[in-house]
Each structure stands twice: as structure tokens, then as C-alpha cells.
Ligand binder design. Structure first.
Ligand code: DQA
Length: 138
């Protein structure tokens, strides 16, 4: 099973950025835990702050990976282009968020990409990624 995690803008700063919301672990540290937890799953990781690069990655892996776990960061709330890319590929995409976006500012309540995704997981801290991967194993 091949799972691709894609993190969008500002998620390279996890562990540094707004720790009271996003926690104090870097994604790289959490990824090591995830890879240990899902020993039989091949988990690849990609991060970009650039919308077009996220789209290119979706195109690159979106016809071969078994699952894509996407935290599009703030692009979640704005990007029709990412929504179109998710709709264009065949690999099912799960939208994830570390924070519970519905408890936060109103502009975070709307997702442009959710309707193109298989499902949405939000609010479980870094474990949102683990729950998303778990769902591909059901
Ligand atoms: C986020 C929530 C978004 O609203 C925000 O812009 C992020 C992170 C989350 O994981 O909770 O960058 O996607």
C-alpha cells in the first residue's frame, strides 16, 4: 500500500508555528512515528508552500498511489485549482486538518476542496494524519 502525504503552505513550520494550535512537534518527527506505526505501509511525504507545486504533485502521484492524505493549509479555503486537481485524478484524497477548523474563524469553516475528497478529518492534532491513513486500511 502506497500512501502519499501532501502538506501545503506554512506546514513546514509545524513545531515552531502557533504551537498552542498546532502543537510542538515538527512534521518530520511525527512522520517517523507514523512510519513505525504503519510498518507495512509505504508512506511518502511532500510539502510545498506553492499552490502549483501541490497541483503538480497531485498529478504525479494521483494515478498510482493508493491514497493521498492532503492538508492543503489555507489553500483549503481558497483553491478551486486544487479542488479541480483532486477531481481530475483517480487516487482518493482525504482532506485533513490538525486543528478543528469549525471551532475557529468563520473563513476556515468553508472548504473549497472537501466536495472533491473522499472524506475529511479535522481536529485531532497530528493524529488526524494517522486516522486518515487508518481509513485506507478499512
Ligand atoms: C490547517 C487549518 C487551516 O485553516 C490553516 O490555514 C492551516 C492549517 C490545519 O491543519 O489545522 O494552515 O489546515
Amino acid at each position: 500500500m502506497n500512501i502519499q502525504i501532501i502538506n501545503g503552505p506554512n506546514l513546514n513550520l509545524l513545531g515552531v508555528r502557533e504551537k498552542s494550535i498546532y502543537g510542538d512537534s515538527s512534521f518530520e518527527t511525527y512522520l517517523t512515528e507514523l512510519q513505525k506505526h504503519f510498518a507495512g505501509v509505504n508512506i511518502s511525504y511532500y510539502q510545498s508552500n506553492v499552490e502549483g507545486e501541490i497541483i503538480n504533485k497531485l498529478h504525479e502521484v494521483g494515478f498510482s498511489a493508493d491514497g493521498i492524505v492532503l492538508n492543503a493549509g489555507a489553500y483549503t479555503h481558497t483553491s478551486i485549482a486544487i479542488a479541480d486537481a483532486i477531481a481530475a485524478i483517480t487516487t482518493p484524497v482525504i482532506e485533513v486538518h490538525i486543528s478543528n477548523v469549525h471551532k475557529r474563524e468563520a473563513f476556515r469553516h468553508k472548504s473549497m476542496i472537501a466536495a472533491s475528497c473522499k472524506g475529511v478529518i479535522a481536529g485531532f492534532g497530528m493524529h488526524s494524519y494517522r486516522l486518515a491513513i487508518e481509513s485506507y486500511l478499512l
